[in-house]
Write a protein that binds this ligand. Sequence first.
Ligand SMILES: C[S@@+](CC[C@H](N)C(=O)[O-])C[C@H]1O[C@@H](n2cnc3c(N)ncnc32)[C@H](O)[C@@H]1O
Length: 266
Amino acid sequence: MNKVKAKKQFGQHFLKSQDVVKKIVDEVDIKEDDTILEIGPGTGILTEEILKRNPNKLYSVEIDKSLYPLLEEKFKEYKNFELVKSDIFDVNIKEIAASKKLKVVGNLPYNVASLIMINCVFNMEVVDFCVFMIQKEVAEKLIAKPKTKSYTFLSVFMQTFFDIKYIMSVPARFFSPPPKVTSAVVKLTPYNRFGIKDIKKYKNFVSHLFTDRRKMIRSKLDQSILEKANIKPTLRAEELNVEDFVRLFEVVKNDDRKFGDADSHS
Ligand SMILES: C[S@@+](CC[C@H](N)C(=O)[O-])C[C@H]1O[C@@H](n2cnc3c(N)ncnc32)[C@H](O)[C@@H]1O
C-alpha cells in the first residue's frame, strides 16, 4: 500500500479493503462505452479497480496536489484515464459529460459530501447515476421518511430528484486512518418525476420550510397557499412528505414573494 499521510482538511480516509472496493465498483456496473467521473481518487484504490474493468473514459478529479505525481505514475499506461487537477466544485460537469451521461463514483470527503450530492442535482441531466461512500448518518438522511429525526432538508431535496438506494454500511476499520463514524454506500439515480425546472428556487423553498423545523407551517406560508395546496396549517415541515413539498412549491412558485436568496441547508 502507498505510504501517504492523510490530510484532514481534504477529508482523506483511504479505503484499504479490496472487498469493499470491488462491491462499490460492482455497483457502477462498468460497460466498455461508459464515461466515468470519479470524485477524489486519493491514492487510486477505486481508480485502479475501475480501470481494470475498462470503461471508455475515466475522469478522476482530485484537489490534493501532492497526490498528482503518484496518480500519474500509477496510471500512466491507461490511455482512457485522465486526472483532473481541480476542486470538484470548479469542474464543469456538463462539459465533461459531452454527449454521454456520466456514471459518477467516489468515496467522498465527508466534510463536503452533502454539497457534492446537491451539486449532482443541478447536473442531473448529464448523470446516469452516482455511487457514493458517505457518512452513514448522512445516508440515513437521504432515505429518511417524514416524522423521523433523520428527515431534513437533504431528505426532501434529494428524494425529489433521485431514487435513493442504501447499498451497505461500511465500518471504520476498512479505512486508513479510520473515520470516527460508520460509513455507507448509496446509489442515487436521477428521476425528476415531478418535472421541477427551477431547482435553485425549489432548494431555497425547501430550505426555508425547514428552518425552525418545529414551527408550524402556518408561520412560514400564508393560509391561502396552504389551502390551495390542501395542507393543514398546524403541520410542521418534518410531517410533510415529498409530494406535499412539491405541491406547495407549485402553488408558491407563481407567487411574488421570494425564497430565492436563502442559501442554507442541513
Ligand atoms: C475519503 S478520501 C477517498 C480517497 C480514495 N478514493 C479512497 O477511497 O481511498 C476523499 C478524497 O477526495 C479528495 N477531495 C477532497 N475534497 C475534494 C474536492 N473539493 N475536490 C476534489 N477532490 C477532493 C481528497 O483529497 C481525497 O483524495
